[in-house]
Design a protein around this ligand. Structure first.
Ligand SMILES: Cc1cc2nc3c(=O)[nH]c(=O)nc-3n(C[C@H](O)[C@H](O)[C@H](O)COP(=O)(O)O)c2cc1C
Ligand SMILES: CCCCC(=O)C(=O)O
Length: 377
């Protein structure tokens, strides 16, 4: 019965140093990355006994789509570096969960291929970074709509790339033959003269993660007013904001007509020193006031973590690095094993706490211990 930690160790033994560091590490001192995992332990489970739970249902609805499980897949860039089947393996592995996969803009498989060759039982959402060069973003959105993605997930915690010290030391680059497959031309978002200079130096990939290259093509001037009306002018897809950590921003997301938010600190890869994702969840749920769907990611490594996030108000729980560990260890089968393990552990936690359905998983299923809640709550 291998658990997520076993796959993590296997993944490390399969990956190059640079790939492992890119997947595993965070920004600066990696405090938030560590805290993401540690903070779950503050929430103790409170079982109710003798409730005669014989059947468990983990069914839920995500933007109206009926899912068999609240376990979903976070967008993670460059999955072919973990396994040649990359995003296709991930997508196929989730077929029987009938839940949701978010595909990264920086996927190494084209967004059309992921749906065409994926599984018909999932809801696919497309994660978006907005570029200064808006026609590039508009074209990605158009392609995502045509391909059948059901929502756009705008990542709002990455106006610049975090200080990822290991990647800088490793001079991290996406290794050939893999490429950022959503961009027909790797240098599409460079200006014509920059592109000519790159091409003169041979067709090598840009250092995608340095702020001097792809990262700084992101639009750092984005505001609520400049991005949401623009997005709405180019798409009718529901918009979800990923990277919301405060009550005030959740309330603004409601005001701006977003369909959902993902409580996330980007797996501790962006602003180091922010609070653990799980500690921000209850605050964001309050800010949302039931007006939009609140999802969660960050540090989920076992079924009890999924249970805790559900009890704190998440409608779905997105899995990040554990999927990459499964993928690196054994492709599609590895991702399946990870998802099955998390699902079984969630069901065990439900049975043993006396919860037959996800609606039974409420705040009173937890007891909060450890350091105090910030006073502004
Ligand atoms: C290797 C890697 C690549 C990621 N790429 C993206 C991305 O392209 N877009 C995005 O919004 N988030 C990205 N994330 C953040 C994840 O979606 C998610 O928020 C995070 O991994 C959750 O933390 P956990 O993996 O520790 O559970 C990435 C995370 C990792 C580990
Ligand atoms: C420019 C960001 C690249 C993908 C990403 O979001 C990550 O590595 O965390």
């Amino acid at each position: 019965m291998p658990v997520v930690g076993d796959y993590e160790r296997l993944a490390q033994s399969h990956l190059s140093r640079a790939a492992w560091d890119y997947y595993a590490t965070g920004s600066n001192d990696m405090e938030s990355l560590r805290d993401n995992l540690r903070a779950f332990r503050k929430y103790l489970l409170r079982p109710r006994i003798l409730k005669g739970i014989s059947r468990i249902s983990t069914e839920t609805h995500l933007l109206g789509y009926r899912a068999q499980s609240p376990l979903c897949i976070s967008p993670s860039a460059m999955q072919r570096m973990a396994h040649p089947d990359g995003e296709l393996a991930t997508s196929r592995a989730m077929a029987q969960f009938h839940s949701c996969m978010v595909l990264s803009t920086y996927s190494t498989t084209a967004l059309e291929e992921v749906i065409d060759q994926g599984n018909p039982h999932s809801s696919y959402w497309f994660q978006l970074y907005l570029y200064q060069n808006r026609p590039v973003s508009a074209e990605l959105i158009r392609r995502a709509e045509v391909a059948g993605y059901r929502a756009l997930v705008l990542t709002v915690d990455t106006p610049m790339v975090g200080r990822r010290l290991a990647d800088a030391r490793n001079h991290f680059k996406l290794p050939p033959p893999w490429r950022l497959a959503n961009f027909p031309d790797d240098f599409q978002i460079l200006t014509a003269s920059e592109r000519a200079a790159r091409e003169a130096n041979g067709p090598q990939l840009a250092d995608h993660l340095s702020n001097e290259s792809l990262g700084n093509r992101s639009d750092t001037s984005l505001t609520w007013q400049s991005c949401l009306p623009w997005l709405r002018s180019v798409t009718r897809l529901p918009i979800i904001l990923k990277g919301v950590l405060t009550r005030a921003d959740a309330a603004l997301a409601v005001q701006h007509g977003c369909a959902g938010v993902i409580v996330s600190n980007h797996g501790g890869r962006q602003l180091d020193g922010v609070q653990a994702s799980i500690d921000a969840l209850a605050e964001v749920v309050k800010g949302a006031q039931g007006q939009l769907e609140v999802y969660f990611d960050g540090g989920v490594r076992c079924g009890a973590d999924v249970f805790r996030a559900l009890a704190l108000g998440a409608r779905a729980v997105f899995i990040g690095r554990p999927v990459l560990w499964g993928l690196a260890a054994n492709g599609q089968k590895g991702v399946e094993a990870i998802l099955h393990e998390l699902q079984s552990e969630l069901e065990d936690a439900m049975r043993l706490t006396g919860c037959a359905t996800l609606t039974d998983i409420q705040a009173q299923c937890l007891y909060r211990t450890g350091y105090p809640i910030p006073s502004q709550l």
